[in-house]
Design a protein. Structure first.
Length: 351
């Protein structure tokens, strides 16, 4: 049996309502020299059985059943089991259009690059909306990556505005690159975990290709239950892990000062998200909120950026939140937190 050209890694957990549509879209690919690694991460619904059914009917599908360890642990298991030289990550509630893999493989064979960035669209109730690429299509060697992409690759100074979408999915990546950068991803990460793999990869890659806009896309499903996410008790812990590991990756790869500044700006965007998330805890109280704010201020990576960065490019609302979190007193934080909690409750009622 020939070695597949690409391994598709799917971490699967409690997605029985969407999984078959995802796997059908994979089976319908016009390029067929692939394998599918389905990692059933201790699903409690019928997801594991659905995986087994597809594996029984199609030898391209391989299933690994394991105890639940979270998303990062699941995709790491899948990567380690992959036999192809290239990896495509797919989330099991999403779908891919028919020529999705063919576009990747054609480019890799012609240009011999280690990273290909594809097109992404949102998918909600059967309707597709394209997400415009921020990067001109075409081939980038190392010099053009440094000159054309690095100036704003991680953050352009505004709120979480990144030049390249930092998701695992929507890309085809050399397995060698993935394996060498997986060490920056931790199973305790439950928010922004993709950054911990993709950003070190972008610092390592020597050439890449961006597909032409509107080529067959990865379709990211927007689920009703994700349109307004509830409180995530692990958010601050995850942010500390992700950005702590990213700062280490930037140090390991001897990133330039301008890239560190982008990382710090993006970290501040995540701190704003931490603050907003805490206001979704309707069982919490201000005393608990303020303790978290103080712990953020006292964390090592926050103290390193406290006096060194300018955040004037943030919009007014997010600038107010960041100021409250990093420098505001109790009264300012009480006022900001009450407004945010009120807005969250109002929005929740409208969904």
């Amino acid at each position: 049996m020939s070695i597949p050209a690409v391994s598709l890694v799917l971490p699967v957990y409690n997605v029985e309502s969407y999984l078959s549509e995802c796997l059908d879209s994979i089976e319908s690919q016009t390029f067929q020299n692939f394998e599918v690694i389905l990692v059933d991460d201790g699903s409690k619904d019928l997801s594991g059985k659905i995986c087994d059914q597809y594996a029984k009917q199609n030898s391209k599908f391989k299933v690994i059943h394991k105890d639940n360890s979270g998303l990062v642990g699941a995709w790491k298991t899948g990567v380690n089991a992959a036999s192809a030289a290239f990896i495509c990550f797919i989330d099991p509630d999403d779908i891919i259009e028919p020529d999705y893999l063919k576009k990747f493989i054609d480019v890799q064979r012609e240009y011999n690059v280690d990273l290909i960035i594809g097109n992404v669209g949102t998918y909600i109730n059967g309707k597709i909306k394209n997400i415009p690429l921020n990067v001109p299509s075409g081939y980038y060697d190392y010099e053009s990556i440094k000159s054309k992409l690095y100036p704003t690759i991680f953050n352009d100074g505004t709120f979480q505005n990144r030049l390249i979408l930092p998701s695992r999915w929507g890309k085809m990546i050399s397995k060698t690159l993935v394996l060498s950068n997986m060490k920056y991803s931790d199973s305790g990460m439950t928010y922004a975990e993709d950054l911990s793999l993709i950003w070190p990869t972008l610092l390592s890659v020597k050439s890449l290709f961006v597909l032409k806009e509107y080529d067959d896309r990865y379709l990211y499903r927007i689920r009703k239950d994700s349109m307004i996410r509830g409180y995530d008790k692990n958010r601050w812990k995850s942010v500390k892990l992700v950005y702590g590991n990213l700062y280490q990756a930037f140090e390991d790869k001897k990133a330039k000062k301008s890239l560190y500044k982008q990382l710090s700006l993006d970290y501040c965007s995540s701190l704003i998200q931490v603050y907003k998330n805490e206001m979704k805890n309707l069982q919490g109280n201000f005393s608990t909120d303020y303790k978290l704010i103080i712990s953020v201020r006292e964390s090592k990576i926050t103290s390193e950026i406290y006096n060194n960065e300018e955040f004037s490019s943030l919009d007014k609302k997010n600038k107010i939140i960041l100021h409250a979190m990093l420098r505001g007193g109790k009264l300012e934080n009480l006022f900001v937190s009450k407004i945010l909690r009120f807005l969250f409750i109002a929005k929740k009622r409208c969904i």
